[in-house]
Ligand binder design. Structure first.
Ligand code: HEC
Length: 111
């Protein structure tokens, strides 16, 4: 009895892992955004802010403002982040990092 009960529990657990496709995609996006947030905090926060702040001293643009610009798209961010930008020529990102940072910046811009 113990054996078949634990089998049933196992298959229930497996069934609950099979989310509908839309749920799985949303969960994946949220994970990517979170990954981008962590990367941005460690790689970009020296210069950029994320919360729509403005600083007086000719600052690098805030990520929420970048994300909200009409010209900002996943493609424009990918292109931008693949080339070194002014004041940060040594910043070399892997494709996975670019994907995550792009997701984070677009999320901040509500796209
Ligand atoms: C050493 C300071 C510095 C760091 C670190 C830095 N940036 Fe920048 N960033 C700037 C400056 C200055 C600008 C504005 C001038 C320019 O476009 O080159 C800028 C502009 C940008 C823009 C362009 C906005 C536009 O006008 O299209 C994006 C996107 C961006 N940064 C993303 C990032 C990301 C992502 C990181 C971290 C992986 C990062 N930056 C790290 C200084 C920095």
């Amino acid at each position: 009895m113990g054996f078949s009960a634990s089998l049933r529990i196992t298959s229930l657990a497996l069934a609950s892992l099979m989310l509908p496709p839309s749920g799985a995609k949303a969960a994946q996006d949220a994970q990517l955004v979170q990954q981008g947030r962590l990367l941005a905090q460690s790689l970009c926060a020296d210069c950029h802010t994320f919360g729509g702040q403005t600083r007086s001293d000719a600052p690098p643009p805030d990520f929420a403002r970048i994300g909200a610009m009409p010209s900002t798209t996943a493609l424009s961010l990918h292109v931008f982040l693949k080339s070194p930008h002014r004041n940060m020529p040594d910043l070399i990102l892997e494709t996975g990092q670019i994907d995550a940072l792009t997701a984070f910046i677009l999320e901040l811009g509500h796209k």
